[in-house]
Design a protein around this ligand. Structure first.
Ligand code: FNR
Length: 191
């Protein structure tokens, strides 16, 4: 087993400066620091998807794909826009799903969460996100969903202040880490 700390990549589907989803990912990165190194990757520079460039991606997409490839696991946080995931996130995932058959997200362990000021906490967006990850062939951590309602009350000054929610998320991240380690062990056995 590797002695390097595990590398996690957080991807927020919101570009908003005061985004609750991005704030939650940053809080998670700080909380998990003893167990894994987590970077939150901004999607601001990702252009609109165009399959003409699957094999010749723009530099920002190349960088994004490499960040996914380098990570041991991915944590995706989506807002809900009109009952679906954000276009920003879907667009980035479409780039990350190609080239077909060798996409950096294929087989990659993932964990999803959603948050919204509403009582529904973005649960519909997260269902859509899970289905998209299935389409891509990512490895989905199956466990009780992280659905964060009333996000405006749980996030203050850019950080999640609700410790129960943070503890629940940390349990989920540990599940993701266990999945990553199990997969790495299995790969080492067949290598
Ligand atoms: C929303 N919002 C929203 N919330 C929700 O729970 N269900 C929904 O269908 C929608 N639809 C929606 C559409 C559009 C265009 C906007 C701008 C907003 C509210 C949304 O959850 C809220 O703005 C969040 O704060 C967005 O997430 P971030 O940016 O805080 O991460």
């Amino acid at each position: 087993m590797s002695t390097q700390p595990l590398r996690l990549l957080g991807i927020s589907g919101s570009l908003r400066a005061g985004s609750f989803n991005t704030a939650i990912l940053h809080s998670l990165a700080e909380a998990v620091d003893q167990e894994a190194k987590m970077l939150v990757y901004p999607l601001n520079d990702i252009p609109l998807y165009n399959s003409d460039h699957d094999h010749t991606p723009p530099a920002a997409v190349q960088d994004f794909r490499q960040a996914i490839a380098y990570a041991d696991g991915i944590i995706l946080a989506t807002p809900e826009y009109n009952y679906g995931m954000s276009g920003v996130l879907k667009n980035a995932l479409d780039w990350a799903s190609r080239p077909y058959g060798s996409a950096s997200l294929k087989g990659k362990p993932t964990l999803t969460l959603s948050s919204s000021p509403a009582a529904t906490g973005g649960v519909r967006a997260q269902a859509q996100l899970t289905e998209t990850l299935m389409g891509i062939g990512a490895y989905i951590t199956i466990r009780p969903q992280i659905v964060i309602s009333s996000a405006h009350e749980r996030v203050k000054d850019g950080r999640l202040v609700d410790t129960d929610t943070l503890d629940f998320m940390l349990e989920a991240v540990r599940h993701l880490i266990a999945n990553i380690e199990e997969r790495q062990d299995n790969l080492a056995k067949v290598a």
